[in-house]
Design a protein around this ligand. Structure first.
Ligand SMILES: Cc1cc2nc3c(=O)[nH]c(=O)nc-3n(C[C@H](O)[C@H](O)[C@H](O)COP(=O)(O)OP(=O)(O)OC[C@H]3O[C@@H](n4cnc5c(N)ncnc54)[C@H](O)[C@@H]3O)c2cc1C
Ligand SMILES: NC(=O)c1ccc[n+]([C@@H]2O[C@H](COP(=O)([O-])OP(=O)(O)OC[C@H]3O[C@@H](n4cnc5c(N)ncnc54)[C@H](OP(=O)(O)O)[C@@H]3O)[C@@H](O)[C@H]2O)c1
Length: 506
């Protein structure tokens, strides 16, 4: 019998499940390690308890996904037609369980098993993986390849304000926020205007006596509704055709859509950068709460004091603050391996000034491969405008094709460094410089690049020839559904065209 390369997959969130499935398709031997007793990763709501004070999951009880089902579906396992357009966290987790059922992924996952260390054996280029099962002994095994699927939204990033250590109120990161009820009647400060800050400030504004929302840039972000004009999911408009329009026209159209739906904030709070320069925030009812005064926007914090006051850079002060919520994002960290593998080490230290951008860099070719280590790939280490799931699926297809020698091998490490540097140079011009933008990309252009490498890019002439005008039109102008990547090339799925039709109907 042919030798099947053994692949260690670390994490059984959606990315890990996809990786297992693609390994099985490619006739590799996947062994997935998952530290918890479930799949679904951060989408499996988990309480903070005495026994589990640092759960992996970052979702709160009210989290609803921001990307519509037609966009976030996996390409050969459609989210059922009768499910809601925007799934609450428990439906997202349920969908992943159904995916694991469908492709019989369960036997390949070792639950309650934490990876403690992963290191490359220089002589053989294999990977030594040390793991521990709950209540068991440490074990070491060798693998031909490693896929790291641990996500990048579980290591909280905190600011460093003067007075944090002596402030008498409670201070918690959004990662640990679960429900608003305990904060009824409290005076709270929420720091950060990303999606966590938006969600949590709006939710708290129904319970707290006052919410102060801190935007360190002094302005609000562009705030999208989930549903755009005519009630269509906003991300339906993110079509291939829209991607062909010049950036300034797209920015203008989005501004128009926002004006016609949620509306723009008061002039002095409107963003100073174009829509395309930041990761978008989605919160349809934010301006409604702002207009009631239950949320007041403040600029960056100067200091916290021992009497429970918070002072701001505009010299204003709010007092009697009971709780500060830091919705300040997450660090890109993988704690069980040499940090230089992911953060680039010397090359980054030499080429980037100190600061939060440099601290949060991931130095990965195609957002997957560390240039100086072989037989390892990171999946899902991207901050995408759009849904991440279809993108991870293409990454897993790429990596398995690479292992099987079905696509060109990776270029030299020097060439990879050059391309990563070119990305950062472009990126820092396109998005404003911040820790959260170090791996920001637009989903469709990235997916298309990977799809071209694998050979499943939906070339429009071929789509027209093979499937006719109806599908061609939907691929160009319709919902950016990932079934597009199952129309042509390897791993074609016979039902892809049917589901492109169905998803474009809704
Ligand atoms: C509140 C919130 C909302 C979001 N909303 C959206 C959205 O609307 N659309 C979107 O596309 N994305 C969204 N995201 C991004 C989100 O990261 C992805 O949707 C998705 O969960 C990534 O899946 P993953 O499998 O890569 O990582 P995760 O879901 O984080 O799963 C990683 C898994 O690895 C396991 N693991 C970690 N370390 C170890 C270890 N040492 N040993 C063994 N197992 C380990 C964890 O237990 C976990 O099961 C959101 C993120 C957050 C925080
Ligand atoms: N419903 C949903 O689907 C949902 C809900 C929550 C989160 N999410 C997703 O989860 C991911 C994480 O989102 P997030 O909102 O937790 O983090 P985030 O996107 O990284 O946003 C962090 C926010 O905190 C600010 N910030 C960072 N450091 C700061 C500091 N030192 N002082 C003051 N402000 C600081 C940032 O400001 P700058 O912009 O200036 O950097 C930004 O406004 C994103 O992908 C997001 O889309 C989705």
């Amino acid at each position: 019998m042919d030798y099947k390369p053994r692949v260690a997959i670390i994490g059984a969130g959606v990315t890990g499940l996809i990786a297992i499935k693609q390994c099985l398709v490619a006739e590799l031997e996947p062994i997935c390690f998952e530290q918890t007793d479930h799949t679904g990763g951060l989408w499996r709501y988990t309480e903070v308890t005495e026994e589990n004070q640092n759960p992996h999951s970052s979702v709160y009880r009210s989290t609803i996904i921001n990307t519509c089902k037609e966009h976030m579906t996996l390409s050969d396992f459609p989210i059922p037609e009768d499910w809601p357009t925007f799934l609450p966290h428990y439906k997202v987790a349920e969908y992943y369980d159904l995916y694991a059922d469908k492709f019989n992924l369960w036997p390949h996952v070792r639950f309650n098993t934490t990876i403690l260390n992963a290191s490359m054996i220089p002589e053989t280029k294999k990977w030594k993986i040390a793991s521990i099962k709950k209540g068991g002994e440490k074990e070491e095994e060798e693998f031909d390849y490693v896929m790291v699927c641990t996500g990048h939204h579980s290591v909280p990033r905190l600011p460093n304000y003067q007075g944090m250590k002596t402030f008498p109120g409670k201070q918690i990161h959004s990662h640990f926020y679960k429900e608003p009820f305990a904060y009824a009647g409290k005076r709270v400060v929420v720091v950060g205007v990303g999606n966590s800050g938006m969600d949590i400030s709006v939710e708290l504004s129904h319970y707290a006596s006052q919410v102060y929302l801190v935007s360190r840039r002094g302005r609000l972000p562009w705030i999208l509704p989930r549903r755009g004009p005519f009630g269509r999911p906003f991300d339906h408009s993110n079509s291939r055709f829209a991607g062909l329009l010049p950036g300034f026209i797209r920015n203008y159209i989005v501004r128009l859509f926002i004006s016609l739906t949620t509306g723009l904030p008061p002039k002095h709070l409107q963003p100073l950068y174009p829509f395309s320069a930041a990761h978008p925030s989605v919160k349809p009812d934010f301006l409604d709460r702002l207009s009631t005064g239950t949320i007041v926007v403040k600029p960056d914090i100067l200091s916290l004091t021992t009497d429970g006051s918070v002072s701001f850079v505009d010299n204003t002060i709010v007092d009697n603050i009971d709780v500060i919520f830091y919705c300040t994002g997450y660090n890109n960290e993988v704690r069980f391996m040499d940090t230089e593998i992911i953060n680039g080490g010397d090359i980054v230290r030499k080429n980037f000034d100190e600061g939060e951008y440099r601290e949060n860099i991931t130095w990965l070719y195609k957002f997957m491969f560390p240039p100086r280590w072989s037989n390892i790939a990171f999946l899902g280490f991207v901050q995408q405008i759009g849904a991440i799931m279809p993108l991870c699926e293409l990454q897993a297809r790429y990596v398995t094709a690479l292992i099987k020698g079905k696509i060109s091998p990776l270029p030299s490490s020097e060439e990879m460094d050059k391309r990563i540097m070119a990305y950062h140079n472009r990126n820092r011009k396109k998005f404003y410089e911040a820790a959260r933008h170090t791996m920001e990309i637009e989903m469709m252009p990235y997916c298309d690049t990977i799809a071209k490498d694998i050979g499943c890019y939906p070339t429009l002439t071929k789509v027209l020839w093979k499937y006719g005008f109806g599908i061609w039109r939907r691929v160009l102008f319709g919902v950016p559904t990932p079934m597009q990547f199952r129309l042509l090339g390897p791993d074609r799925w016979p039902d892809a065209a049917k589901w492109i039709r169905i998803y474009n109907k809704s």
